[in-house]
Design a protein around this ligand. Sequence first.
Ligand code: GAP
Length: 457
Amino acid sequence: MTEQASGKVDMEKIVSLCRRRGFIFPSSEIYGGLSSCWDYGPLGVELKQNIKQAWWRAVVQERDDMVGLDASILMHPETWRASGHLQGFADPLVECKNCHLRWRSDDLTGNNCPSCGGELTEPRLFNLMFKTFMGPVEEMANVVYLRPETAQGIFVNFQNVVNTTRKRLPFGIAQIGKAFRNEITTGKFIFRSREFEQMEIEFFIKPGTDEEWFNYWLEERVNWYVKLGIKKESLQLRQHSKEELAHYARVCYDIDYLFPMGWAELEGIANRGDFDLVQHASFSGKSLDYFDEETKEHIIPHIIEPSAGVDRTFLALLCDAYDEELAEGEIRVILHLHPTLAPIKVAVLPLSRREKLVALAKQVYVDLRPCWMANYDDAQSIGRRYRRQDEIGTPFCVTVDFQSLEDEQVTIRERDTLNQIRVPIAELKKTLQAKLEGEDLFVLPPGGSIWKEGESS
Ligand code: GAP
């Protein structure tokens, strides 16, 4: 990570919005919190779910060459000897002799404790895997690990997937799931936590086609972020130096995002070669090779791995979508989230709490609810209610006013342009569907009109 600050939104503003509106809370907060663990609140869980769905749709549902998997978090401990994590998944740790805080030595710029200036111990390697025990007896023979990456669940199931799906090379296995790392340096909100979620693809290819597929996935994955609305100029590719490469990787690029604290990794794309299948075949004694029908040869496929973090994608999307405007002397916070990702797609707002209006608005709300995550809000002025929805990224508000009682029409207001149209209630669902899919607001349904202020009140 560079020291260069992005000059965009402050991290404090994102943290404050997340807390204020129920996107993210500190884990077990009533007990003082648990360091580097976070709980996703009512809006956070929706956004997170939408990110995972968008990823799954792009890499599994819309492709013929990918299948999904959901492997267990706890795996046979031999997995981690074979993968090299027991020996190699470690960071150099130093401890301050004065205040006893611990630091990653490769994160430090000086030779002293960044907190109190005290003298530091010599670095020693610290394994990042969390240990626990399987069964009632806490002894070494029963040690198991919380997986530090989801990838290994895919490698050990390679043969199962080939046998049951009859997939031929090149093809991939995709998985979303929790991973755990006992990180030494944490902080920066959800950027680096000890429990996080990964979206990983292991793409199995014929040896010799590595470069072609590596470049394909680099482009594909950058485009995915751009399609979801992340600005191109906030993304960059960075190649790992030889010293930086993980023990399994031949080549690795990071897709970096310009976070508030500077450029940092959003996703890693690695060429893992045949490292993992060779290791697991050797440690398990089971063949993990693949019969190539074309050449009639048994081969060990190579693997290209695009590995993304759900939490980092969440953070990048929030930072990129965050905007402030001065409106009528007040700061209007807007989240310009892509409609696919917005936690709430539509809010239904009666202009007042008059009984007849409320009844009609609730009827509209109940009718929309099965189609999308919707909100009903009748508290405070209409202006305040619009602001509340802008702040959580709701792309459309539907206003029910007194004229609606007579003409059975409602107003749709668009978050980003503030444009408004008036449409028959009977056309509302179809119209919203089209607008959520990207159709211009001013393409009107039968009976629709451009709404002009004052006309309907
Ligand atoms: N299987 C390869 C692998 O795990 P990685 O670069 O260590 O590679 C992949 O992790 C992605 O997982 C990262 O790009 C990041 O988005 C996410 N990630 C890794 N460690 C994380 C942490 N401590 N907190 C949040 N996300 C993390």
